[in-house]
Design a protein around this ligand. Structure first.
Ligand code: SF4
Length: 168
């Protein structure tokens, strides 16, 4: 969970990554997990027999179709986000470096009734190695990255923390 959260936050906001990794946790995890789980259960209830849960290098993949070599992910979001694609690419990468080749990914968005296909290319592998290095550097930096100042801040669980801190 930790590394996947880091990959996700790295793509959303570097400051969020730093805050989370340094123990400042404002996420309402139970709500997020509950909603995600509900959507996951609803969408996968009839098909769950196809999938296995895989844990690899501490990364848990909830729905892996081993026969067809497809990683499935369900997102409650109503838009396709870069961070979702990054997460699934990271799953595929982890499988690859552990000897499982030819895997692709599918991200399902039940709210939009849409599926995003994810593939991992050579450039992605180089990029992922850069993400890992950058994440390591950011989380170990003594200085918290600056405010993002984007629209997503309003929906972020750190909003009060970030903007109150700025005013004080
Ligand atoms: S409120 Fe904005 S700046 Fe602060 S952690 Fe969230 S996204 Fe980043």
């Amino acid at each position: 969970m930790q590394i996947i959260a880091h990959i996700n936050y790295y793509h959303v906001c570097k400051r969020k990554l730093w805050l989370f990794a340094n123990g400042i946790n404002m996420e309402h995890t139970s709500d997020i997990v509950a909603e995600g789980k509900l959507i996951g259960e609803t969408s996968y209830s009839e098909r769950s027999g196809k999938y296995t849960e895989v844990e690899i290098d501490g990364v848990k993949i909830d729905f892996y179709d081993a026969r067809n070599k497809v990683v499935h992910e369900v997102k409650k979001s109503d838009k396709i986000e870069r961070a979702h694609v990054a997460q699934v690419k990271y799953y595929i990468y982890k499988l690859l470096v552990n000897g499982v080749e030819g895997v692709s990914g599918q991200i399902e968005y039940p709210k939009m009734r849409q599926t995003e296909i994810v593939k991992l290319c050579e450039d992605d592998i180089l990029e992922i190695r850069e993400w890992e290095k950058e994440i390591e550097r950011i989380v170990n930096d003594e200085i918290c990255p600056p405010l993002l100042r984007k629209g997503i801040c309003k929906k972020c669980s750190y909003y009060d923390f970030c903007y109150v801190e700025e005013e004080s």
